[in-house]
Design a binder for this molecule. Structure first.
Ligand SMILES: [Fe+2]
Ligand SMILES: [Fe+2]
Length: 251
C-alpha cells in the first residue's frame, strides 16, 4: 500500500485535480475557499491519519491505506464544495475504479474501505472501520493558521465585503474562520485509555470556536468512542471540562 501512496503523489490526474481545487480557491466565492483543500491539506491529512493509525497500533498496510484515504478524500472539491465527499467517491469509482486500479489497488475489500472512509469524512456519523475514524479525525484536526490561503486582513475584508453587499451569512461562520488564524496547530495523542486533542493557540483565541464549529468536539468524541478511549480536550495547556462542550455533542 505504501507504493500506492507514493504513486498518488506523482499521479498526473491527482495533481490535475489538486490544481483545479486551487483554481476554485483563487476565485474565493465562499468562506471555505479561504483555506486550503488542495495538495497541502491532502498530504497533511494523510500524515495525520497515518500517525493516528500508528498510535492505535494498526499494521503498516492499514496505516498506508489511511494515508491513501487522506490524499484522495477531497478530490471531489475539484468539482465543487457541496457534497464533495460523495463526488470524491464517484470520481474514484468511475470506469470500474480505473483510477485506483491503475495505482495498483486491486483488493476489493480495501477499495470498499477506502471509499467508505472518503464518503463519510464530512462528519463522524458512520464510523465502521479504523480507516473511517483515522480519516475523519485527521481531516477535522487539520485546522490551523498555516492552512489559510489568505491573510487574516484579507479574510476580514472578505466578510466586510459581504456585509457591504448586504449579503447575509451566519455570524458563527465568521467567528469560526477568524479563529482559525489563532490556531497554531492541533495535535492528537492516543494514550492507554484516552484520546487527547490539543489546540495550541494564540492568546486571542476564543472558545466560542467550539460553538461555531461543533465538529471540533463531535468528531474526536465519536472517534474516541470508536477506539474505546475517553476524550480529552486541551486548549492552550488547559483541560476544558466536559460541561463546557457537552451540549455540542450529537443529540
Ligand atoms: Fe472534505
Ligand atoms: Fe479535507
Amino acid at each position: 500500500m505504501k507504493e500506492v501512496y507514493n504513486r498518488v503523489l506523482d499521479d498526473p490526474q491527482w495533481l490535475n485535480w489538486m490544481g483545479e481545487i486551487d483554481e476554485h480557491a483563487r476565485v474565493a466565492t465562499r468562506e471555505e475557499y479561504l483555506c486550503d483543500h488542495g495538495q497541502g491539506h491532502a498530504v497533511a491529512v494523510a500524515e495525520r491519519a497515518m500517525d493516528f493509525m500508528r498510535q492505535i497500533g494498526e499494521g503498516e498496510e492499514d496505516v498506508w491505506l489511511a494515508g491513501v484515504a487522506g490524499l484522495l478524500h477531497d478530490v471531489g472539491n475539484a468539482v465543487g464544495r457541496d457534497h464533495h465527499e460523495k463526488e470524491s467517491v464517484r470520481m474514484l469509482s468511475e470506469d470500474d475504479y480505473s483510477f485506483l486500479k491503475n495505482l495498483g489497488m486491486n483488493d476489493e475489500r480495501n477499495i470498499e474501505r477506502l471509499l467508505h472512509a472518503i464518503g463519510g469524512h464530512s462528519d463522524a456519523r458512520d464510523i465502521l472501520d479504523v480507516v473511517d475514524a483515522a480519516l475523519v479525525l485527521a481531516d477535522k484536526t487539520d485546522m490551523r493558521k498555516g492552512r489559510m490561503l489568505v491573510s487574516e486582513e484579507e479574510a476580514k475584508k472578505f466578510f466586510a465585503d459581504l456585509d457591504a453587499r448586504g449579503q447575509e451569512y451566519n455570524k458563527w461562520v465568521k467567528l469560526f474562520v477568524l479563529n482559525l488564524y489563532k490556531v497554531e496547530d492541533v495535535n492528537v495523542s492516543v494514550v492507554s485509555e484516552g484520546l487527547i486533542v490539543r489546540y495550541d493557540v494564540d492568546d486571542d483565541f476564543s472558545l466560542e470556536f467550539l460553538e461555531a464549529w461543533p465538529k471540533a468536539i463531535r468528531v474526536p468524541w465519536a472517534v474516541a468512542d470508536f477506539v474505546e478511549r475517553y476524550f480529552q480536550l486541551i486548549v492552550d495547556g488547559e483541560e476544558i471540562p466536559r460541561i463546557k462542550y457537552k451540549h455540542l455533542l450529537f443529540p
